[in-house]
Design a protein around this ligand. Sequence first.
Ligand code: NAD
Length: 314
Amino acid sequence: MMVLKHCVLLPKLLIAFNMKNIAVIGAGTMGNGIAHTFAQSGFKVSLIDISEASLKRGMETISKNLDRMVAKEKISESDKTETLSNISTYTSIPEGVKNVELVVEAATENIDLKLNIFKQLDEACVEDTILATNTSSISITQIAAVTSRPEKVIGMHFMNPVPIMKLVEIIRGYNTSDKVTKTIMSLSETLGKAPVEVNDYPGFVANRILMPMLNESIETLYNGVAGVNEIDTVMKLGMAHPMGPLQLADFIGLDVCLSILNVMYDGFKNPKYAPCPLLVNMVRAGKLGIKSGEGFYDYSESRKAEKVASQFSK
Ligand SMILES: NC(=O)c1ccc[n+]([C@@H]2O[C@H](COP(=O)([O-])OP(=O)(O)OC[C@H]3O[C@@H](n4cnc5c(N)ncnc54)[C@H](O)[C@@H]3O)[C@@H](O)[C@H]2O)c1
């Protein structure tokens, strides 16, 4: 059986970082992927969510994704058992973050909710704990400002699906220290990821470039220039994109795309980031993409959604 290379390297690196216990807040799409990735690299992970149902769903997803890796002979059956045994679940933040060296927050994208979580984390965590957020668009500097340790607050923006995608966008807030940035960059490498350091401005780098392209694809559809399949085919076959932009928007979630565009529109005060009226209407109508069963494509049969997801993860 093939065992992931970074698992073998890890014990030495763990000692270097003095990091062994981490907490992940939120067991949704991103949170369970982040917990999976750390646990597979040998970290003890506290997975925390306010919802018992989310924790159960999150653990089921991790187990299914590990099964897929076993079937592909990327990990062994005992790697799977060990990974699962590295994860404990909690519904209370203070209980789950006791004695952790790092917290990665991946709760719902909502500014008030995140500020509230970071206030709680600041109170519950020991002084040295680094507080990271997986936010797609909210200012790291603003989140850091509600804590007493802004130099230890940083963005750790994983991509979906986390166990497969290599990139981690590491976002330095205005006050994030060099030491914390270096630690998180090196830590990301030990997870087998490729970290890239960027500064804290709306959309960071990934979404600042991606979202205008997705928005323009929606605008192209709205203007009647071409249909959904035609737009996606042009970008897939003409630009070698693995997934068409409208399909990708469905995969990310149209509500998430709208919220990121609004953050950039407000943050830069530039009309080039204004969300297309069709996107706004679809979100108002509850057409959010794969997660709601319908977006630019129809995912009413669960099989179809899975097919799209597996196509993306190849
Ligand atoms: N979905 C993506 O493709 C993607 C990609 C990169 C980053 N992100 C970011 O990751 C974060 C999570 O996104 P997601 O898509 O996983 O969302 P999601 O809706 O799938 O999951 C969010 C989870 O947070 C939990 N939660 C809400 N309030 C909480 C609280 N107070 N304490 C603990 N848990 C709480 C919810 O119960 C839910 O399980 C967001 O900040 C989002 O912007 C998402």
